[in-house]
Design a protein around this ligand. Structure first.
Ligand SMILES: *Cc1c(COP(=O)(O)O)cnc(C)c1O
Length: 472
C-alpha cells in the first residue's frame, strides 16, 4: 500500500489512481497544464488573456472552449523556430505543417499563416477552412486514406503544394486530376514503417495492420514510388511517415526515420531521383495531467536532427528538407474548457467508500476523448479559490450515458457546488474537432481571448442550427 500524503482520510478508500496525489494547495494551477497567460487573480479566480473567467462566462456562456491566442501563436512559433534552427545547417531549415484535424477554424488558419507555418488537411472540409483563413495553397498538404475524386480535384485546382499518395490507386487519380487541370502536382508517398508509437513506448515491427499508407517491408511503398515517377504530371517531392500520437521521446522517430531514409536512398540509387523533402509527421505529446512530461520543441528538433543527419551520412545521401506535422502539441495546451457545475452527488461504493460526481453543462459531446481513449484530464475550480479540504471527485457531463465522464479522477475542493465554474485544461486538440451533438446538445463556442478581449471565433451552436437540418 502506498503511503498517502494526506493520510487515510483521502487515500485508499477513494481509489485514487497511483499517479494522483492530494494537492498541497487545491487552488494551485498545476504547472505545464495551462496556457501561457492563465493564472489565478488576487481574488482567487482563474484569469486568461487578461480576463476573469466569470466575465468570459457572462459574455459567452458555458460550456465554452477558451482559447489563449498568445499561447497558441507562441507554440506555433516555437515549433517553427526550433525546427528551422535545428535543421538549418543540414538542409536549410524545416517546414512545420500544423495538423488541422487537432482543431481548425479560419482564425487559427490565419494565425498559422502569419506565424509562418504550413497546414496539413485530411479532408475537403479542413482544406476549405485553411483556404478561407488565408493559408497560401502552396503551403498546404492534403493527405488521407480515402480521398474522394472531388477532394483530389479541389486540391489540384486550388494549387496545393502537396497531395499525399496513400495507396496505389491514388497515383493515377492524382495524376489524372493534374493532367485535367494542366498542372504538375507535387506529391509525397506515405510509407508505413512498422513503428507503432504509444504514450510512453513504441513497438517496432516489420508490418503494420492499419489502414494508412504503403508498406515499406512489403514493397508497396517502392511500387508506388515507381508508379509516381512514371507519371510526368506528378512531381515526387518525398516520402511521408507518421507513426502515432502522444509520443514523449524521439526513439520512435529514430527507428521510423532510419527506415524511411533507407527507401529514400534506394530511390536515389535505383531511379536517379533525389527527393528534395522528407515528412516525418506529428504526434508530439502534451501534458494532460502530472503523469505527462513532454519534450520541448527544441529538444524534439535537436533529437530528430541528430538522427536524420547521422542516418543520411551513413546512407551517403544529402539531407532532404524535413517537415513535421504537430497538431496536439500546438493546439492542446492553448485551450481549457469552461463549464458550470449543475449538480453534485456522493455515491456509496462497495466497501463503504464514496465517490463524488460533479456534473457539468457539457460532457462527452464536447470532450469524447475520455470515453474514446480512456484519456486522463485534470480540472480546477475556476470561479473562486476555496479553503475546503480536497475531495476525490469525478467530473461528468449531462448526457444520457453512464460513460459520459470528462475527468475520471481529480481532487476538487470539498465545497464545489451548483453554479461554480470549473475549468478543464488541455482541451484545444481533438475536443472541438471531435465534438458531436449527442442528445441534441448544441456544440460550445470557441472563444479566443487576448489582451482583455474575448471573441467567439467559432460561435455557439443553437437549437435552431440543429433543427435547421431536420427537414421533416
Ligand atoms: C493526426 C496526424 C498528425 C497530428 O498528430 P498530433 O498527435 O496531433 O501531433 C500529423 N500527421 C498526420 C498524417 C496525422 O494523421
Amino acid at each position: 500500500m502506498r503511503a498517502h500524503p494526506a493520510g487515510a482520510l483521502h487515500a485508499e478508500g477513494y481509489g485514487a489512481p497511483a499517479w494522483l496525489s492530494v494537492p498541497a494547495d487545491v487552488n494551485a494551477l498545476v504547472p505545464g497544464l495551462w496556457s501561457a497567460t492563465a493564472s489565478r487573480g488576487e481574488d482567487g479566480a482563474l484569469r486568461v488573456g487578461g480576463l476573469d473567467v466569470a466575465a468570459i462566462a457572462a459574455e459567452h456562456g458555458t460550456a465554452a472552449y477558451v482559447l489563449d491566442e498568445v499561447d497558441f501563436r507562441a507554440r506555433a512559433r516555437a515549433f517553427r523556430d526550433a525546427f528551422d534552427a535545428a535543421f538549418a545547417d543540414a538542409c536549410g531549415g524545416a517546414d512545420v505543417y500544423y495538423a488541422a484535424k487537432a482543431f481548425t477554424c479560419t482564425a487559427v488558419a490565419r494565425w498559422l499563416a502569419e506565424e509562418g507555418l504550413s497546414y496539413d488537411a485530411c479532408t475537403g472540409g479542413e482544406l476549405a477552412v485553411g483556404l478561407r483563413g488565408g493559408m497560401p495553397p502552396e503551403r498546404m498538404l492534403l493527405h488521407g486514406n480515402n480521398k474522394s475524386d472531388a477532394e483530389i480535384a479541389r486540391a489540384v485546382r486550388a494549387g496545393l503544394g502537396r497531395v499525399v499518395v496513400d495507396n496505389l490507386g491514388d497515383v493515377d487519380r492524382i495524376a489524372d486530376a493534374a493532367a485535367a487541370h494542366g498542372v504538375r502536382q507535387g506529391v509525397l508517398v506515405r510509407v508505413t514503417v512498422g513503428v507503432e508509437a504509444h504514450t510512453h513506448s513504441y513497438i517496432a515491427t516489420a508490418h503494420e495492420d492499419q489502414k494508412f499508407g504503403l508498406s515499406l517491408a512489403g514493397g508497396d511503398a517502392a511500387a508506388a514510388v515507381a508508379a509516381v515517377l512514371a507519371r510526368p504530371e506528378l512531381d515526387l517531392r518525398g516520402l511521408h511517415s507518421h507513426i502515432g500520437s502522444q509520443i514523449f521521446d524521439v526513439a520512435g522517430f529514430e527507428v521510423a526515420a532510419r527506415r524511411v531514409l533507407g527507401l529514400h536512398a534506394a530511390v536515389a540509387r535505383e531511379h536517379g531521383h533525389a527527393m528534395p523533402e522528407l515528412d516525418l509527421g506529428g504526434g508530439f505529446g502534451v501534458a494532460y495531467t502530472t503523469q505527462h512530461d513532454p519534450l520541448t520543441p527544441e529538444q524534439l528538433a535537436k533529437g530528430m536532427a541528430e538522427v536524420v543527419v547521422e542516418a543520411c551520412a551513413a546512407l551517403r545521401v544529402p539531407v532532404p528538407r524535413i517537415s513535421v506535422e504537430p497538431g496536439r502539441a500546438i493546439a492542446g495546451p492553448s485551450t481549457f474548457t469552461l463549464y458550470r457545475v449543475g449538480t453534485v452527488k456522493d455515491v456509496e461504493l462497495d466497501g463503504g467508500a464514496r465517490r463524488r460526481y460533479v456534473a457539468v453543462d457539457g460532457g462527452m459531446s464536447d470532450n469524447i476523448r475520455t470515453a474514446l481513449y480512456d484519456a486522463d484530464y485534470s480540472a480546477t475550480l475556476a470561479g473562486r479559490a476555496s479553503s475546503a479540504p480536497p475531495v476525490l471527485s469525478r467530473v461528468v457531463g449531462k448526457h444520457c450515458e453512464s460513460g459520459d465522464v470528462v475527468v475520471k479522477d481529480e481532487f476538487l475542493p470539498g465545497d464545489v457546488g451548483p453554479g461554480d465554474l470549473l475549468a478543464v485544461p488541455g482541451t484545444g486538440a481533438y475536443c472541438r474537432s471531435m465534438a458531436n451533438q449527442y442528445n441534441h446538445v448544441p456544440r460550445p463556442p470557441v472563444v479566443a481571448v487576448r489582451d482583455g478581449v474575448a471573441r467567439a471565433v467559432v460561435r455557439r451552436e443553437t437549437e435552431e442550427d440543429l433543427l435547421a437540418l431536420d427537414v421533416g
